[in-house]
Design a protein around this ligand. Structure first.
Ligand code: PLP
Length: 379
C-alpha cells in the first residue's frame, strides 16, 4: 500500500459494534470484566485504550515499523526513551536540536547520572571519538531545529550498529511523508505529533515507532508505569490529522520552496537556512533520504540589530508570532527568546543560533499572500 493510502486507512477499522467509519473516542477509564481476569484485552485505560491503539497501529504502518506507542507529548515520548538508560550510561546527541529536548537531557537526566555529549552530526566521522563502553544511545534530529542542518541517517545507523548502540531519530520536522528513518536503519523514530501529524495546532501529542519487539515491550512497560499517556480525544485528533498529511505536506513543500527562494533574493535578507538549496551543505544527503524539503526555514536580516528583528517579528499579519510549527497556518518565531531560550546563550551562539535568527513555519495558505505579508513586514 502506498503512503497516501496508508495515511487514510492504516490501523483504522470500522467500529465493530456500530459500523462507525471513524474510530470512536473511547472516553473511559476502565473496562468491565465478567470474572476476575476475564475481559476483552482491556483492563484500565492507562494500559490499553482502543482509540490510542488505532493511532499506534496507524503510526507503525506509516513509519514502516512494527510497533507504535503514543504519549501525552513529544517530550513525554523522549522521556520514555531516556528511561531505558541507567546512571553511568552515555548519550551522543546533536548540538543543534529542539530546545525542550536539550532541557530534558541536561536538567532532568544529567541530574540522575546520565552523561550527554552534544556534537555536530553533519560529519558522521566526527561522532566516533565520543563513543566509549558506556555509550548506549545516539539521538539525532534531521533536519535540525532551527538551523535546518542535515544528518545522514544511514551513515549514523551504520555507526550505531557497529558499536551496538540504539539510534533514535526525531522525525518531527520531515514527517513520515518526507522521510522514514527506520527504513534507513534507525531503531526508533520519534514524533512530536503536535506538529505536522496533528497539523492543525489543536493538540499536544507524541509517538514512537520501532521494529524490535523487545524494545517495544520495554517502552510499553515505561508508558504504562510512568503514565504519560494521551487521552482518547487527543488520539482522535491526531488520527484525523494523519488523513490529510500528504496533501498538506505537498503544499507546505511548495510554499516553503517559493518563500525560501524569494527570501534569498531579498536585498535586506542575510542568510537563509533551507535544506532545498542546491548549495546547502546537506543538500546531497537531503536529496537521498528525503522526498521533499518541507515548510521549515530560518533566516537573518542584514541589519541584525535587535530593533530590526523585533520590528519584523511584530509586523507580520498572516505569519503569527508563536512557538510550535507544522500547522496549516503560518507561524514566525524568534528561537533565541522563544523555542530555544532554554539553551545557554554561549552554547547557542557557538552552534550558529544567533540572537537575530528568525524561524518560519510556512503554512498552506496562498503563497502570494504569504510572500506579500513578508514583503510588507521586511519593508
Ligand atoms: C515540538 C518538538 C518536540 C517536543 O514535542 P512536544 O509535543 O511539544 O512535547 C520535539 N522535537 C521537535 C523537533 C519538536 O519540534
Amino acid at each position: 500500500m502506498k503512503l497516501s493510502t496508508k495515511l487514510i486507512h492504516a490501523g483504522v477499522e470500522p467500529d465493530p459494534s456500530t459500523g462507525a467509519i471513524m474510530t470512536p473516542i473511547y472516553q473511559t477509564s476502565t473496562y468491565v470484566q465478567t470474572a476476575p481476569g476475564v475481559h476483552k484485552g482491556y483492563e484500565y485505560a492507562r494500559s490499553q485504550n482502543p482509540t490510542r491503539q488505532a493511532l499506534e497501529s496507524a503510526m507503525a504502518h506509516i513509519e514502516n515499523g512494527k510497533h507504535g506507542l503514543c504519549f501525552s507529548s513529544g517530550v513525554a515520548a523522549t522521556d520514555a526513551v531516556l528511561r531505558l538508560l541507567v546512571p553511568g550510561d552515555e548519550v551522543i546527541a546533536a548540538n543543534d536540536m529542539y530546545g525542550g529536548t536539550y532541557r530534558l537531557f541536561t536538567k532532568i537526566f544529567e541530574k540522575v547520572g546520565i552523561r550527554f555529549h552534544f556534537v555536530n552530526m553533519q560529519e558522521v566521522s566526527a561522532i566516533e571519538p565520543y563513543i566509549n563502553s558506556n555509550t548506549r544511545l545516539i539521538w539525532a534530529e534531521t533536519p535540525t531545529n532551527p538551523l535546518m542542518n542535515i544528518v545522514d541517517i544511514a551513515a549514523l545507523a551504520a555507526l550505531s550498529k557497529k558499536h551496538k548502540l540504539l539510534l533514535c531519530v526525531d522525525n518531527t520536522f520531515a514527517s513520515p511523508y518526507l522521510q522514514n528513518p527506520l527504513d534507513l536503519g534507525a531503531d526508533l523514530v520519534l514524533h512530536s505529533a503536535t506538529k505536522y501529524l496533528g497539523g492543525h495546532s489543536d493538540v499536544i501529542h507524541g509517538c514512537l515507532v520501532m521494529n524490535d519487539t523487545s524494545l517495544r515491550d520495554q517502552l510499553y512497560f515505561i508508558q504504562k508505569s510512568c503514565g504519560a499517556v494521551p487521552g482518547p480525544q487527543d488520539c482522535f485528533l491526531v488520527l484525523r490529522g494523519l488523513k490529510t498529511l500528504h496533501v498538506r505536506m505537498d503544499r507546505h513543500c511548495s510554499n516553503g520552496e517559493a518563500i525560501a527562494r524569494w527570501l534569498r533574493k531579498h536585498p535586506k535578507v542575510g542568510k537563509v537556512y533551507w535544506c532545498g538549496f542546491e548549495d546547502h551543505p546537506g543538500y546531497a544527503v537531503a536529496k537521498k533520504q528525503m522526498r521533499g524539503f518541507g515548510g521549515m526555514m530560518s533566516f537573518t536580516l542584514k541589519d541584525d540589530s535587535l530593533e530590526a528583528v523585533t520590528r519584523l517579528l511584530s509586523s507580520t499579519k498572516l505569519f503569527a508570532l508563536a512557538e510550535s510549527l507544522g500547522g496549516v497556518e503560518s507561524l514566525i518565531n524568534h528561537p533565541a527568546s522563544m523555542t530555544h531560550a532554554s539553551i545557554p546563550r554561549d552554547e547557542r551562539i557557538k552552534n550558529g543560533l544567533t540572537d537575530s535568527l528568525i524561524r518560519l513555519s510556512v503554512g498552506i495558505e496562498d503563497v502570494d499572500d504569504l510572500i506579500g505579508d513578508l514583503k510588507q513586514a521586511i519593508g
